[in-house]
Design a protein around this ligand. Sequence first.
Ligand SMILES: [Ca+2]
Ligand SMILES: [Ca+2]
Ligand SMILES: [Ca+2]
Length: 253
Amino acid sequence: MTTVNARTNVKARMSSKINKRALQSNMNKHLYKTLLRTQQGFTLLEMAVVLVVLGLLLGGMLIPLSTQMEKKDRDDTQKVLQDIHDALIGYAMANGRLPCPDTNGDGIIDMGSSCSNDQGTIPWVDLGVGKEDAWGQPFTYRVTGDFADTTDGTGCGTATAGVSFSLCSVADIDILDAAAGNPVANQMPAIVIAHGSNWATTTSADENENTDTDITFVDRRPSMKAAPTFDDQVIWISPNVLKTRLVSAGRLP
Ligand SMILES: [Ca+2]
Ligand SMILES: [Ca+2]
Ligand SMILES: [Ca+2]
């Protein structure tokens, strides 16, 4: 009898252990499924958060990057423009006249006794300066013909031998702060323009003033946000600087 009771107790304990294990196994499965669902939920949520953060970061980085690249292009172009300015003055000191423009794209001055055309591109070969701006386009160049021809003087005072203009000579290029705007500089002998990244596609009235081949040009703050847009970079030769340099060089009295 005692032996039977002992066996019954052992069976009961074993049954209890098996039930506990089964329960534990069920709980583990349930917990695993719950964790799996939770894990999947977190992953999707995390991915969404990561995508949003990445979007914000990339958006925030791309704008400054394009702004920095644009600034570098403009700075590089400005350096070439300054070189061209200095080269024009140096050319005038050496030759007694400003160079005529290049009109056929070979970088060489086109002229006979006077300029083939008062407006063209910078004669980069003759000046020894950069051929193009940061966007791979040539620099527009206009000169007052009387300051670049081989005729001494321009009809005022006494002409100095070997110099195309005199101290009293007046040039003809005017620069405004907008198309039909206020004067920025009047009667300049030469001007050089880099037309910016939109070189050939502009519809801006202010920029068109720099491509219409007359003696009026525009220089103003760059802005592409509102019409009329403007991204041109402009330099010109002051007649006073030009004449002072030629006096210093002993070419003008
Ligand atoms: Ca002349
Ligand atoms: Ca432009
Ligand atoms: Ca014009």
